[in-house]
Design a binder for this molecule. Sequence first.
Ligand code: SF4
Length: 418
Amino acid sequence: MVHYAPSKPTLRQKLEILADAAKYDASCASSGTAKKNSLGGKGIGSTEGMGICHAYAPDGRCISLLKILLTNHCIFDCHYCINRKSSNVARARFTPQEVVDLTLNFYRRNYIEGLFLSSGIVKSANHTMEQLVEVARILREEHDFRGYIHLKTIPEADAEIIHQAGLYADRVSINVELPTDTGLTRLAPDKNARQIEGALARTKDRILTAKDERKRFRHAPRFAPAGQSTQMIVGADDANDAAIIGKASTLYSAFGLRRVYYSAFSPIPDASAVLPLKRPPLLREHRLYQSDWLMRFYGFAPQEVADAAEADGNLPLDIDPKLAWALKFRASFPVDVNRAPRELLLRVPGLGTRAVARILAVRRHRRLRLDDVARLTASVAKVRPFICTIDWRPTLLTDRADLRGLVAPKREQQLELF
Ligand code: SF4
């Protein structure tokens, strides 16, 4: 972290501090994108530069966002956070107008398509939330800004101010931070799990109400039309993957979240003694994103995903959770690709949603051979033990004790999805 003389920092210096401070928030990024990378940024004017991150818009497009904090001053002292009040880092603070000017400047030059704005808490939760809302208000009302806005909201702020945020933003997010209440109490003593859940519940209600009203009245106000999301930090406390999967599933069903983001805890300078010294393996974050996909797109129940975990409750790192589940529940295989319903095909390791859609389309006209399936997958070796086709049946293959070794990807392939 660069330390500046106590004289008033320039806008560029503030941007450097507040873009860097925002990189720890994963909730506008997507699994597999290069995030937390603003240190290597090339500064104002570069589409890979300081504070610019990539996120997926609700329509699936990858968009560039200016990702910054309004300020990294904070009156809270969350142990895992580099911006906590006891942290010895350079501090800076934008005015709402400065954030507006930066956003418009970047937007007009086509460097960004929107803004992701979060903040440490200054003075009070209400004061900070009002400043965040003010940025969005000026952009929308005074400049007719049509770009994407994602506002981080502060659960300790009054419900009415959070409501204002949703009227201007496309998406709002409230971080649950840690998978368990005990972890939150220990590592974020100023935060309260019930308060966070209350804010998530109110936001869910408002999103649903606004959707309903817009169906009936064309000019009813929009409220966070891209929904709400949250972030959980992984590896700062001792919650295992099964607990994280359970928490994510509850969050999706109770609060209608669009996304739960997982952020592998990253050790910070002058870290508190209650934190682990090492970050968890990055693959752990990746495996959790894969488990999330299994629940959202592959029809797996949360308990089924948790069943794929090892004895310590953590997902294996060397194989993806779908393969781990298939190896544990071999009696569910082989699946006949020419007859099985979609939900069973989605259980086959190595077959993604697109491959399954293709199989269903092709088999309306003809029956599939192993070669046909091979063309739809990155690794037929991974698929073969779990399927049958008109010319292939894996006799006793699923009973082999060494099956895991046969189908586990080589090290360099471990990031592939399923
Ligand atoms: S509230 Fe906690 S997590 Fe948020 S900026 Fe302050 S110290 Fe960091």
